[in-house]
Design a protein around this ligand. Structure first.
Ligand code: FE
Length: 134
């Protein structure tokens, strides 16, 4: 983690919308089928809304039917970190940005081949950069 990204809630609030703050910095969840990217199909790269680190490529995005943007792997192995999450009386695996520790979503083992993983990510934690046209 980059220590220059250890910011107070107040500093994050200045940089983010209230929704982005509550989800990315306070481990919230957007309602399914409401985010900007669950049904977004353009080619490009999804970055962390807090620190702009590249996180996921449109090449590994797929329609999971969940109502959240879903990917079968991160853009680089070390782009995200995973942590056990014991909220809601069940154990899930939380996915965080490895650079600024933003909460991104959760990872489940019901994804498509080749990894079998489903990174279920909040749109509010992402910004999208389209692939430059040639
Ligand atoms: Fe980040």
């Amino acid at each position: 983690m980059d220590s220059s990204l250890t910011k107070s809630d107040e500093a994050w609030r200045q940089q983010l919308t209230e929704e982005q703050f509550l989800i990315a910095r306070k481990k919230g969840t957007e309602r399914a089928f409401t985010g900007a990217y669950w049904d977004h199909k353009e080619a490009g790269t999804y970055h962390c809304v807090c620190c702009q680190q590249p996180l996921f490529s449109s090449k590994t995005k797929y329609d999971s039917g969940s109502g959240w943007p879903s990917f079968w792997k991160p853009i680089e192995v070390d782009a995200v970190t995973e942590e056990a999450d014991h909220q809601l009386l069940m154990t899930r695996t939380e996915v965080l940005c490895s650079r600024c520790q933003a909460h991104l979503g959760h990872v489940f083992e019901d994804g498509p081949k080749p990894t079998g993983m489903r990174f279920c990510i909040n749109s509010a934690c992402l910004t999208f950069e389209p692939e430059t046209s040639r």
